[in-house]
Design a binder for this molecule. Structure first.
Ligand code: SF4
Length: 79
């Protein structure tokens, strides 16, 4: 039985919706986790895309996106 009402502030920040991946301990998501989640949500196509979500994000070509320099890429790609 859940005796606590939902926290509207936490829900608005995505803390209770699972928006930031597997972070289910209700802690503030990390900046890295939030960026990864945004890029994944933006570009990942599990059906028609090629490769993992990380490979698809790494292959992003939207250079004028504000997250482009911060998107998750392998060390080889980053240089
Ligand atoms: S960097 Fe690419 S994948 Fe990430 S949010 Fe911007 S456009 Fe989407």
């Amino acid at each position: 039985m859940n005796i606590h009402p939902p926290n509207p502030i936490g829900a608005a920040r995505g803390r209770e919706s699972g928006q930031f991946g597997s972070n289910t301990n209700h802690r503030k998501p990390s900046m890295r986790g939030a960026i990864n989640a945004k890029c994944r949500e933006c570009i990942y196509d599990p059906v028609g895309g090629t490769g993992t979500w990380r490979a698809q994000v790494e292959a992003c070509t939207v250079h004028d996106c504000s997250l482009y320099p911060l998107r998750p890429v392998s060390r080889c790609e980053r240089g």
